[in-house]
Design a protein around this ligand. Structure first.
Ligand SMILES: NC(=O)c1ccc[n+]([C@@H]2O[C@H](COP(=O)([O-])OP(=O)(O)OC[C@H]3O[C@@H](n4cnc5c(N)ncnc54)[C@H](O)[C@@H]3O)[C@@H](O)[C@H]2O)c1
Length: 433
């Protein structure tokens, strides 16, 4: 068993050197939080532009305000692309991407991060994986790479897993006040993992194994994915049955127990729901030979939503004597969720592509997503002005960003397709999803 005395002491004294591998949506908030509670922090990333921006004090993550970043930089937070800066780390937290490649988990980012850490691993240090992945990854993939250093997990160094629950754009639940699930490869590792995260968040929830902690994240996201698919499919049926799904959902949500409110939308996006459940399904199939049918069905329904939105847009225009071809369509919101700039896997991309293919004159507005990153020259980025709203044959509300002028949209637009139910309490010409 590793002697945790020295690390425990350094954690207590806030002198433990913390290295966060991956400075993205997950890594930056952790690095800044660790810095704000007094740890010396190195934020290592292979993306030079990201690191340069952080060094200049420019936050590209909306939840991280530049003052917070400035305070961390002043306190010694070091964003870096230099592996040498990892030398002598006491705690390393891995927050690199875990995408899908051809429908299968792509763990190459974790592998590369682990190789880098193995070069600098010293006895008594702690390594924690935070990237979302299938149960077994920390033990079967990360551990052997770290042990290529010649050190043994549980004997020479501590090893843990803690799923990230960060919810970008959520004003109520932050990194700090969201309970953090933690696990260690053995009892001694769990103690130091708990101690480290106990310094960063209000509440730590220990679980009994690494695989259990890995499953927690996939359970949470599969639960969301499946329930969103449920209301999406129901929204399509309810409409055809002539029932208002939005009113039904609100009424169901008055039940104080046994029901949780999910609402329909144009599809799922981001780095979690379109990907994480497939990690679990892949593992179940690979190890057990079973198909995870709930995940397959949810994927099927949610991936079909952008096409459904376009069919509804087509039908709505048709009802008013217009064709999609040459119609001027204003898309409001490109990010996958309100209040954020994250457009990864956003259903808006597929919707735009389909509308353009049908000959629509598509214009798009999103004050959060930086222009020039997506859509291509066929789709100009515009402001959501009165002129733009007036000139559109159809306005499609895809992301209900808080700052959009909803009263004006409802009052001026000749037709609206509201995929988020945001205009429910407005009088407007058009339809809810
Ligand atoms: N974004 C979220 O809301 C969220 C929430 C919970 C969990 N997660 C999970 O957290 C993990 C990270 O997600 P993210 O959204 O922060 O991704 P991200 O793409 O924003 O950031 C990851 C960063 O890791 C860097 N990177 C890649 N390989 C590296 C390497 N070998 N060494 C150092 N840096 C490297 C990339 O350049 C990038 O800046 C994923 O597994 C994701 O599923 C994300």
């Amino acid at each position: 068993m590793v002697n945790g005395g020295t690390l425990a002491h350094r954690l207590e004294a806030r002198s433990a050197k913390v290295a966060v591998i991956g400075q993205g949506y997950v890594g930056v908030p952790i690095a800044l939080r660790a810095s704000s509670v007094g740890f010396p922090v190195v934020g290592y990333d292979t993306a030079t532009e990201r690191i340069q921006a952080l060094r200049r004090g420019n936050s590209y993550i909306e939840d991280v305000v530049s003052e917070e970043l400035g305070a961390a930089l002043a306190a010694g937070y070091l964003p870096t692309t230099e592996k040498a800066d990892l030398e002598g780390f006491d705690v390393a937290v891995i927050t690199v991407p875990t995408p899908l490649r051809d429908g299968a988990p792509d763990l190459t980012f974790i592998e590369r991060a682990a190789v880098t850490l193995a070069e600098h691993l010293e006895p008594g240090a702690l390594v924690v994986l935070e990237s979302t992945t299938y149960p077994g990854t920390t033990e079967e993939l990360l551990r052997p790479i770290l042990e290529s250093s010649g050190l043994t997990a549980g004997v020479d160094f501590f090893l843990g897993y803690s799923p990230e629950r960060i919810d970008p754009g959520n004003p109520q639940w932050s990194f700090e006040n969201t309970p953090k699930v933690v696990a260690g490869i053995d009892a001694a590792s769990l103690v130091v993992v708990e101690q480290f995260y106990g310094a960063l968040v209000d509440k730590v929830v220990p679980v009994s194994s690494l695989a259990e902690a890995e499953l927690v994240k996939l359970l949470e996201n599969t639960f969301r994915h499946v329930n969103i698919a449920l209301v999406n499919e129901l929204a399509m049926f309810a409409r055809d049955l002539g029932v208002d799904i939005w009113n039904a959902i609100d009424a169901a949500a008055t039940k104080p127990f046994g029901y949780m409110r999910f609402i329909p939308g144009p599809g799922v996006g981001g780095h979690c729901l379109p990907i994480d459940p497939s990690y679990l399904a892949w593992r179940v199939e690979r190890v057990l030979g079973h198909r995870f049918r709930f995940v397959e069905l949810a994927n099927d329904v949610n991936r079909g939503m952008p096409d459904y939105v376009v069919r509804r847009a087509q039908a709505l225009l048709n009802k008013h004597g217009k064709a999609v071809n040459r119609a001027r369509i204003l898309l409001l919101g490109l990010a996958y969720k309100p209040g954020t700039s994250d457009w990864r896997e956003s259903p808006a991309m597929r919707i735009t592509e389909l509308l353009v293919r049908l000959g629509a004159n598509v214009r798009a507005h999103d004050a959060h997503v930086p222009a020039g990153q997506l859509l291509g020259p066929a789709v100009p980025r515009v402001d959501c002005t009165a002129d733009e709203i007036d000139a559109a044959d159809l306005v499609i509300l895809l992301t209900d960003h808080p700052e959009l002028p909803y009263d004006e949209i409802a009052a001026r637009a000749s037709l609206v397709l509201d995929t988020r139910g945001r205009l429910r309490n407005h009088a407007f010409d058009g339809e809810l999803l």
